[in-house]
Design a protein around this ligand. Structure first.
Ligand code: DX5
Ligand code: ZN
Length: 219
């Protein structure tokens, strides 16, 4: 069954705890937390305090997605703060193995993320060491951008490659996900769908989650 992870980047951040609780009650499976440092991508979002706020608001797994130029420093900080999954961008990592180890040692599950323009070849030496792989469906920075169509074929190729290698990390697509592409994404092997503007922009969170779930199940 597909995992649906609302991205709180699109939430009403003045009411962050209530928004997280509302998504949990509406049937979300994970909460996706976008950490952007203003350098890796052009936005400034959350510090590690957000993990404490989210942990108090929900018992759902917290999926921290670090878009920062210094993951070696920040990944273990978010893991220690209590995120369940901590993912960093391979484009920002000089020593991915060290970062993966530091996340695991701090008690979280390690993940890696790839920008739309980054080749799957970047995963060759790390795919067997992580619990989550994030393929970006948009260039990182902001919610509400249109889905980049080539992400679909990229997800399918990655899923085939993981299957051939007997690997089964979660395969997450982040950016531009709606009920319109959820079915094709899950058919391509995607197991986690992140959705920001589509879910938080909907008047009825439960109905919007159910619609994505139905579209994904129909794949
Ligand atoms: C982009 C973030 C995404 C974003 C998704 O930098 O990583 O998680 O919030 O938002 P939507 O679903 O609106 O594209
Ligand atoms: Zn994200």
């Amino acid at each position: 069954m597909v995992i649906i992870a609302p991205s709180i980047l699109s939430s009403d951040r003045g009411r962050l705890a209530e928004e997280i609780k509302a998504m949990e009650e509406a049937g979300a499976d994970w909460i996706h937390i976008d950490v952007i440092d203003g350098n890796f991508a052009p936005n400034l979002t959350f510090g590690p305090w957000v993990i404490e706020v989210a942990r108090k608001a929900t018992s759902l797994p917290l999926d921290a997605h670090l878009m920062v130029v210094d993951p070696l420093t920040y990944a273990p900080i978010f893991a220690k703060a209590g995120a369940h999954y901590v993912s960093f961008h391979l484009e920002a990592a000089t020593h991915p193995h060290k970062i993966i180890t530091s996340i695991a040692e701090a008690g979280a599950k390690p993940g890696v993320a790839l920008n739309p323009g980054t080749s799957l070849a970047a995963l060759d030496e790390v795919a067997d060491l992580v619990d989550l792989i994030i393929l970006m469906g948009v260039n990182p920075g902001f919610s509400g951008q249109p889905f980049i169509p080539s992400t679909m074929g990229k997800a399918q190729r990655l899923s085939n490659w993981l299957n051939r290698g007997g690997l089964s990390p979660h395969l997450e697509v982040d950016g531009g996900v709606t009920d319109l592409n959820a079915g094709a994404l899950t058919a391509a092997g995607v197991t986690v769908l992140v959705s920001g503007s589509h879910l938080f922009g909907s008047p009825d969170y439960a109905q919007a989650i159910e619609k994505i779930r139905r579209a994904a199940g129909a794949a």
